[in-house]
Design a protein around this ligand. Structure first.
Ligand code: PMP
Length: 444
């Protein structure tokens, strides 16, 4: 299998070249890992071949985007067909309408939808829609949960024991130079701590425009939300007149109607991204017509004027329509049961190797934890330096064994996978656990 890290590899050389013109060597912090990221050459199905010719099974799928893997023939054909007809216009196209009709058919609360080009934009526009709808400006979000890079949405994303305060989380700036006003307008609640969160929300009375949350937040440990936490958020938002936004940029893959279908949740707005664009840049805000009306410019100036040169661009719409048409209830059931197999085999590896840890996740998603601890909140899932070091070892071991996961331990399946790839994953994981460095040998 491949050698990693290898200072003489083509990837290492490209990285050196890239650092001169791109700060950090690329345009995206999440795809960097030390000592250098692996440059991709091509991908087919569930496999990616890097620039050194090493082939790996892709359990990252562009961070959960490529639910059908790479270069799926039907998605490629749809893109090619649209490519030959033009890639963007200052006109609406029927293909946008087709994807809108398909998606609004997937969940009862998706009465209407608007497309954008990333999950970040979807979240930003959902928050702005809630502000325009309520005439209020403050929002609440959960500590440690990622909703993209809109200033308001990234508050307290990486809060840690050094700055997170006691029971009531303090709003912590994520980027240096965040305007103080942003922190004043974001209320941070602890994920899955129903009573503590409700107390904080109630103190806001009817000041909040929106509460945004994720039913299984990746950065908070890929732990499913507790039903009572979800019920409390719905109850509070109804009573206070705040808009309830559920971020399904990742979790929409959990079922035909997304995670909200599984939870029986009826949010006012949903943010979507990743899988709905078939691998091309995408985001969307879907929700109740009553709230979505703020975008309606057809009667004059809309309460929330919303433009965007590439919104609903036909290339993305064609790829998204092909991908989502392929994603039948049967296809989802199959990939979810493979996910179940992956989680159970990975969990078994801990006991076989005699190493403490746990696998979280649901559907086709899993996350690796390497500490002996309870996992139900962000603070419990938070990784200390020791766990981060162990995870780095597992990540590098996987790369050498021909498996791609995220450096943070997130893994995701794609529909071209079979039990054979899951077995390869769990075998490699067992090898990684068996070769973990001993505590004394780890850097302090
Ligand atoms: N919300 C969630 C839950 C996400 O996981 C992400 C991206 N990983 C985003 C929003 C932002 O999406 P994008 O990267 O497309 O801007």
């Amino acid at each position: 299998m491949g050698v990693f890290p290898d200072g003489n590899s083509k990837s290492a050389q490209l990285f050196e070249r890239a650092k001169r013109v791109l700060p950090g060597g690329n345009s995206r912090a999440t795809i960097f890992h030390a000592p250098y990221p692996i440059f991709a050459r091509f991908g087919h199905g569930c496999r990616v071949t890097d620039v050194d010719g090493v082939e790996r099974v892709d359990f990252l799928n562009n961070y959960t985007t490529l639910i059908h893997g790479h270069a799926h023939p039907q998605i490629s054909a749809a893109i090619t067909e649209q490519l030959q007809m033009g890639v963007s216009f200052a006109h609406p196209t029927e293909v946008e309408l087709k994807l809108a009709e398909l998606l609004t058919g997937r969940a009862p609360t998706f009465e209407q939808i608007r497309f954008v080009n990333s999950g970040t934009e979807a979240v930003m526009n959902a928050i702005k829609a809630a502000r325009a709808f309520t005439g209020r400006h403050k929002i609440a979000k959960c500590e440690g949960v990622y909703h993209g890079s809109y200033d308001y949405a990234e508050v307290s994303l990486d809060s840690s024991p050094a700055n997170w305060g006691d029971d009531a989380p303090l709003p912590v700036a994520y980027s240096r130079g965040t305007p103080p006003g942003v922190l004043e307008d974001v209320v941070v609640i602890p994920f899955n701590q129903t009573e503590a969160a409700e107390k904080i929300l109630k103190e806001q009375g009817s000041a909040l425009a929106a509460v945004i949350f994720d039913l299984m937040p990746n950065r908070a440990g890929l732990i499913p939300a507790l039903p009572e936490f979800v019920e409390m958020l719905r109850r509070f938002t109804r009573a206070s007149g705040a808009v309830l936004i559920v971020d399904e940029v990742i979790t929409f893959r959990l079922g035909p109607g997304g995670a909200q279908g599984k939870f029986g949740l009826e949010p006012d707005l949903t943010t979507l991204g990743k899988i709905i664009g078939g691998g091309l840049p995408v985001g969307a805000v879907a929700g109740k017509a009553e709230v979505m009306e703020v975008f309606d410019h057809s009667h004059g100036k809309a309460p929330l004027p919303h433009g965007g040169t590439f919104n609903g661009n036909p290339l993305t719409m064609a790829a998204g329509h092909a991908a989502m048409s392929l994603l039948s209830a049967d296809a989802l059931e199959r990939i979810n049961s493979l996910g179940e197999r992956a989680r159970s085999q990975l969990n078994e590896a801990y006991s076989v190797a005699g190493v403490p840890g746990a696998i979280t996740g649901d559907g086709s998603l899993f996350a690796i934890h390497l500490a002996d601890k309870k996992l139900s909140t962000y603070r419990e899932a938070h990784k200390d330096a020791e766990e981060a070091e162990l995870l780095k070892h597992v990540h590098h071991h996987f790369l050498r064994e021909g498996i791609i996961i995220s450096p943070t331990g997130l893994g995701v399946l794609s529909t071209p996978m079979t039990a054979a790839e899951i077995d390869q994953l769990s075998q490699a994981f067992l090898g990684a656990l068996r070769s973990l460095p001993q505590k004394a040998a780890m850097p302090a």
